[in-house]
Design a protein around this ligand. Structure first.
Ligand SMILES: [Zn+2]
Length: 506
């Protein structure tokens, strides 16, 4: 209780907002290619007091004493922010070191030194399976030798930090911070694995055979990178069309991005600009950057619509909301809205309307796209299972074999033990994606019933989205769904939707 006398909640909230704003601006400047260095350390140092153990304890005390539901919720969002910061701040130097090691690592391909990061792009574009495997083997060797020692140290450090904060494990800490029940989610995802196993084996197996000429049993995870690249559809996903297709889609539902001065659409080509689209929320809702460097291809369109979903969500968030509801909260909400736009690419009506795909081709593409989505769902089900094991408080040593078994079993493609520390989402971010997929499946069900399958051509649907976006992240996915007359998140919508979409293909 003694801390409370010194703790100024309003000042803390103001500092937290400035911190997040400066951090996002720094990310924007660097990844948009406007500034060479990425200097987050100075920002962390400037706001170091935010991540003080005494603040964490003080906010926890305040929540305990709170009698008001709204106040309790805002304090919960602050506890998550402070707790995540406590862990990240503690391991910041290691994170920087790992980033540097990754940026400097090289692999030898065809006698040439290729950067480790770029070798990923080569892999996704390599049509020859044996060459793909060779690149993959070389990448794994670099991961093991150059990255894993630091990654091991990183995970050990954050695990120890969780224990120092009084939690039995990193898992327990994040279950507390996120106020989620990981076991229940794991059970739901086990059900997804079980119910989709046959469909996946048959349909995904056939697709792999047809497109790549290999069987599921002989496939590696890296083969999916090439499958997903899907170069044969490139003629529909032209670089020049990307931004306009996005703008036109929004316009059709009554949203004119040209008239949203708070979304800064950065499409200029710059040498060091991130090749993947991203969204930076510097001020919510007044300064949102949507950064794109069009390169074409279905994955490029997917990324643009996903990030555009984030941008629209935060740009439409009501300015009147409190800081906690604009900047913090449950990221499954914003990920759900990002998937809502991204998954337009799984609608054959949208594909024929905006990309002029012929009927047959659109059907083929949605089949491919839904199978990719099922691949991701099965992957994340197994990631969650593995990450719960990795972070359960016991030693990290030897968990590389568990990684290989758990991931390979669910995805039915070979995974390599070398990735056991790298293929891990910080702070169980995987649960945000999983819950967002479920949330989006239900939201889609609602919109189909209310506005029809071509909801994206209805101004009413646009108004509906703008309304739910306006709440920022005040409400979690369960609460949004309850307002739409659902009982809360229900995985059956996701399972049934995937099964139906995949099985209707002939
Ligand atoms: Zn996202």
């Amino acid at each position: 209780m003694s801390n409370m006398a010194f703790f100024d909640l309003n000042k803390y909230r103001q500092n937290a907002e400035s911190f997040l704003s400066e951090l996002d601006k720094e990310y924007y400047m660097h990844y948009a290619g406007l500034q060479q260095e990425l200097n987050t350390s100075d920002i962390y140092i400037k706001y170091e007091s935010l991540f003080d153990l005494s603040n964490f304890e003080a906010i926890k005390e305040m929540r305990k004493a709170s009698k008001n539901a709204d106040e309790t919720k805002k304090l919960s969002y602050l506890i998550r922010f402070c707790g995540e910061g406590l862990v990240e701040n503690y391991a910041r130097e290691l994170v920087d070191r790992i980033g540097e090691q990754e940026a400097n690592a090289t692999v030898k391909i065809d006698g040439k030194d290729i950067s480790y990061r770029y070798s990923d792009v080569l892999l996704a574009n390599e049509a020859d399976k044996s060459k793909r495997d060779a690149i993959d083997d070389k990448r794994n060797a670099v991961t093991k030798k150059s990255l894993n020692p630091s990654l091991y140290q990183y995970w050990e450090t954050v695990h120890r930090q969780a224990e120092k904060l009084g939690f039995a494990s990193y898992r327990d800490m994040f279950e507390f911070l996120k106020q989620e029940d990981f076991s229940t989610l794991e059970n739901s995802m086990n059900m997804l694995l079980e119910k989709t196993a046959d469909i996946y084996q048959v349909h995904f197996g056939n697709l792999l055979k047809k497109e790549l000429g290999i069987s599921l049993g002989d496939a590696r995870r890296s083969d999916f990178a090439y499958l997903r690249r899907a170069a044969r559809y490139d003629r529909y996903f032209k670089k020049e069309a990307l931004v306009n297709v996005f703008k036109d889609t929004l316009l059709e539902m009554g949203i004119d991005i040209e008239k949203q001065p708070n979304i800064i659409l950065d499409v200029e080509e710059r040498r060091n600009k991130s090749p993947r689209a991203f969204c930076a929320t510097v001020k919510v809702p007044d300064e949102i950057y949507l950064v794109v460097m069009p390169k074409g291809g279905q994955d490029d369109f997917e990324a643009m619509f996903h990030e555009g979903g984030h941008a629209e969500h935060f740009a439409n968030t009501s300015a009147k909301l409190d800081f906690e509801y604009k900047f913090l909260g449950d990221n499954a909400v914003t990920e759900g809205y990002a998937f809502t736009l991204e998954h337009l690419m799984q609608s054959s009506a949208w594909l024929s309307c905006f990309l002029k795909m012929a009927h047959r081709e659109a059907e083929d593409f949605t089949y491919f796209s839904n199978l990719s989505k099922l691949w991701f769902c099965r992957r994340y089900a197994s990631k969650l299972k593995y990450e719960l094991l990795l972070h359960n408080g016991s030693s990290i040593s030897g968990k590389d074999q568990a990684y290989r078994h758990i991931l390979s079993d669910a995805v039915m493609m070979q995974h390599h033990p070398e990735d056991y520390l790298k293929d891990v989402d910080e702070g169980f971010y995987c649960t945000n994606y999983i819950r967002a997929w479920i949330f989006e499946a239900q939201l889609k069900d609602y919109m189909h019933r209310k506005f029809g399958y071509e909801w994206f051509r209805q101004k009413k649907a646009g108004s509906f989205l703008k309304e739910i976006w306006s709440y920022g992240q005040k409400y979690g996915p369960d609460e949004v769904l309850m307002q739409l007359d659902y009982k809360g998140l229900d995985i059956n919508y996701l399972i049934d939707n995937l099964a139906e979409e995949i099985q209707k293909h002939k």
